[in-house]
Design a protein around this ligand. Structure first.
Ligand code: ATP
Length: 501
């Protein structure tokens, strides 16, 4: 008989449902059919019955266990803990994880829930323990974790490969996180046409980054026009930038001349030393940036221009705005995206790679086969490089050209780099405004890189550093450290401190 749901039958009116009642025989069949293991004791933990699933999961025959107590099984070291005894002691439903420690299922991880059944006298009559083999769940969980870690490594590797592609395409060197970040920003901003302002000390690579932005952008088929605003007298600069009409001034070409904005059509215009622009030219530049049109010197017609502007300066434009030397509106127009390149002394990790890069280039150019002694490289690493990468490049070229020997020693260093090493030479040199956290991160990163390079796997590096492998993987991701395989395939520069090319 089917009872309609919600038919409103009160407790006293409950109909008999004999066909729904299980006989004790049927009940045994039901328990036997359960996929979960069942283990039933009385209130003292004496085992009354187990089903086949329990036998399968625990690898113990029922004939062996019935008649024993749950505590006996733990005492005889079949498993680590008894859910039945724990539930009896606690007087409530309890779930525990246990492990088989004896028999054919040794090592099996089991989740067991002990549920007390209370008698009318208020004492526990029975305990039903529900048992599940969770070895597979744990295995799958581990597998998932490993897959997640692998995914993180692959993502870091992909990132690394992308960066390598950029450095190859743009012929630049990037090893430090600072330089990698600059290149990533360049790659990101290359996708759009926003105006970019690149700042940094002289010789630190502003033009290199401007080149990279153009090269990685969709305008790379178009021209990249560069103009140094600080190197040209104002009146000449005006006609160079905006062009002039025929007869605009004495000495002007008869047919007039297009300016840099027009020449950079469908390409990029790189305005170097933009902080050196006169106030008059600042106004004109602002107009072009706003209207995307130029009016040639001596002309009245507006000429539409489609060029992407990348500007650079080694001056502090914000301060110049405060002092009134640079127009605020132009500053904001130029500074839509800003890329700040740190000086070389704040990213010394780039030095060994840059040395190798310039050494190879100059050796190739002059058909030399020269190399630096380790002491020279040490000095390069400790020097402050006020002229940044340009100075490093020039010093290397001068030393290679001026030295007859194949191996170049400290005595061949320029006078300003001779003499005793500064007290901090060979130590970690930190940027002037570094926080303790950043300093700790720098050391942590260097130790990780060294351990990965030396031991070749995240597992061995974790052992050497006495941390979990997952921590190594997490930190590799954080610091964008390439996988050990990659590190191994390109030996660290310090493996060959002589830098022989
Ligand atoms: N990441 C780099 N990899 C390789 N070479 C670089 C890198 N950065 C700069 N250089 C080299 O260093 C020299 C100076 O770079 P660049 O001219 O771009 O500096 P800058 O900041 O524009 O200088 P300035 O302010 O004087 O115009 C160039 O020869 C350039 O090729």
């Amino acid at each position: 008989m089917l009872v309609k749901r919600g038919a409103g039958i009160s407790g006293s009116q409950k109909p008999e449902r004999p066909e729904n009642k299980c006989s004790s025989c049927e009940l045994e069949d039901v328990l036997e059919a359960s996929h979960d293991g069942l283990f039933i004791t009385d209130g003292d933990g004496n085992v009354l019955m187990v089903n086949s699933a329990w036998e399968r999961i625990c690898g113990i025959h029922r004939g062996f266990v019935i008649g024993k107590t749950a505590q006996d099984m733990v005492g005889e070291k079949f498993y680590t803990e008894s859910a039945a005894m724990t539930a009896i002691k606690a007087g409530k439903k309890i779930t525990i994880m246990l492990e088989m420690t004896r028999g054919e299922k040794i090592g099996q991880k089991i989740m067991a829930t002990g549920i007390p059944i209370w008698g009318t006298d208020g004492r526990i009559r029975r305990v039903v323990v529900n048992v599940r083999d969770i070895t597979e769940i744990i295995y799958l969980k581990d597998l998932l974790e490993k897959t997640r870690q692998l995914n993180e490594i692959y993502a870091a590797e992909l990132e690394q490969m992308r960066l390598q592609q950029i450095t190859r395409d743009c012929d630049v060197v990037a090893r430090s996180p600072e330089t990698k970040r600059v290149l990533e920003m360049a790659a990101q901003v290359a996708k759009v046409d926003s105006t970019v302002l690149i700042t940094g000390e002289s010789g630190c690579g502003k033009e290199v980054v401007a080149n990279a932005i153009h090269r990685l952008s969709e305008r790379n088929e178009g021209p990249l026009i560069k103009i140094n605003c600080g190197a040209i007298p104002e009146n000449l600069l005006e006609s160079e930038l905006f062009g002039y009409e025929a007869g605009a001034f004495t000495g002007a070409k008869k047919q007039g001349k297009p300016g840099m904005f027009e020449l950079a059509e469908k390409g990029t215009l790189f305005l170097d030393e933009v902080g050196d622009l006169s106030v008059n030219l600042q106004v004109k530049l602002l107009r072009v940036l706003q209207d995307h049109e130029v009016v040639r010197v001596g002309g009245i017609k507006s000429i539409p221009v489609d060029s992407r502007i990348v500007a650079a300066t080694n001056r502090n434009l914000r301060e110049m705005v405060s002092s009134g030397a640079f127009r605020e509106d132009l500053y904001y127009r130029l500074n839509v995206v800003s890329i700040e390149i740190p000086p070389l002394r704040e990213r010394r990790e780039d030095i060994p790679l840059l040395v190798q890069y310039f050494l190879e280039r100059i050796n190739k150019r002059y058909q030399f086969n020269k190399r630096f002694s380790p002491a020279v490289v040490d000095r390069f690493l400790s020097y402050s490089w006020p002229g940044n990468i340009r100075e490093l490049e020039n010093v290397i070229e001068r030393m290679l050209v001026m030295t007859e020997d194949e191996e170049i020693h400290s005595r061949h260093l320029p006078a300003c780099m001779q003499g005793p090493m500064p007290p901090d030479a060979g130590r970690l040199v930190l940027p002037h405004d570094v926080s303790l956290q950043r300093a700790v991160e720098q050391i942590e990163r260097q130790l990780l890189e060294e351990a990965l390079r030396k031991y070749g796997s995240t597992r061995k590096a974790a052992v050497a550093l006495d941390i979990d492998q997952s921590t190594v993987v997490r930190k590799m991701k954080k610091y964008r450290i390439p996988s050990p395989l990659e590190t191994q395939s390109s030996p660290g520069l310090f493996d060959d401190p002589r830098l022989k090319v």
